[in-house]
Design a protein around this ligand. Sequence first.
Ligand code: FMN
Length: 400
Amino acid sequence: MVGGMGVDISTVDLALEAARLGGIGHISDAMVQTVSDRRDNTHFTKEKLKLYKYNVANSDKSKVMFDLGRLAEATHNHVGRAMQAKRGDGMIFVNCMEKLTMNAPKDTLRVRLASALDAGIDGITLSAGLHLGSLALIADHPRFRDAKFGIIVSSLRALQLFLRKNARLNRAPDYIVVEGPLAGGHLGFGLEDWAQYDLRTIVVEILAYLKAEQLDIPVIPAGGIFTGSDAASYLEIGAAAVQVATRFTATRECGLPDKVKQEYFKADEADIEVNMISPTGYPMRMLKSSPAIGNGIRPNCEAYGYLLDGSGNCAYITAYNREAAIHPGAKKVAVMDKTCLCTAMRNFDCWTCGHNTYRLKDTTHRLPDGTYRMLTAEHVFRDYQFSVDNKIALPGIAIA
Ligand SMILES: Cc1cc2nc3c(=O)[nH]c(=O)nc-3n(C[C@H](O)[C@H](O)[C@H](O)COP(=O)(O)O)c2cc1C
């Protein structure tokens, strides 16, 4: 399974390749209106900005709301485009992050989930949050029992909470992604203690719990699984599949611009950090050279606003206002502790990545001009399936 990578890093094209090859691909519904504008020539963002333009200089963003009908339309465009083009035996799921609170957490999440189902998505992976009430929001949807639902957890405790809270729906998840501390994107661990955790230990604990409770739910480890042998080692202890992402950031189908992909290839271990600049409050792993770090732009909530909480607040607005107050009259301020994640992800300026990104350079050839040869998703997919002895096949060599 290829994991969801927000704001169109795991593109429709990447998900289609995974499905064509018999796997499961993910698209993401993060900033779906913005993605639809780019891919489907719609104008959702422009329209929203026009409506709220009067508010751009105002630090109170509570009035900036999403039109739920337009949100449904954008989700339908994005998911529909993937499902109409799908070929092969595999499936396409959508990654839905609870932390995208969109100034009306419940209402917007209900629309996101329901319209993905309406557009024919094969499954929904609930992520970036505990999702204690998410399934209940769509329990009366006609596809509630036929579409697949999964949850991403980083601890047995989070899984137990999810199962307990959803027990009355009589609808167990179809799969559980167990994400360890080496993953890309946001982490379900603390900034100080993530390195003390180990994916295999958490997977073993969750497998034992499910067995003891006689719950037959496929477990899918994720985070740092870099070779086919890594993957096989999890299947041997009882995992049903693996979820991977970082190796697919170096493929043609990945949505990152080519220049950014080269930054991923070039990165050394010391170039990667886990920091707290995401306004979500979760630690996030990224390249230290991400342009998003320190970029003190004016909050762009009137156009985007995906991280506004239920009261119209975002930690970046607070950080920005603090710096603006300290430097009155300054044309531009630096904000080091938080970033405007909407704008940064929209512009591919937050180079979030998995811990093993520094190994990507070993998965391809270096070209005479110093750049690295781009891979195809098919090549990486097949390498995961067929490589042995922790080897990685370089491009140009047929795999199986
Ligand atoms: C660039 C990038 C962006 C990611 N974005 C998201 C996301 O938006 N939502 C999510 O649930 N996980 C996200 N992840 C996590 C992946 O889906 C996946 O679970 C994890 O990275 C797997 O570990 P690996 O990258 O070491 O293979 C992201 C990972 C990467 C590398």
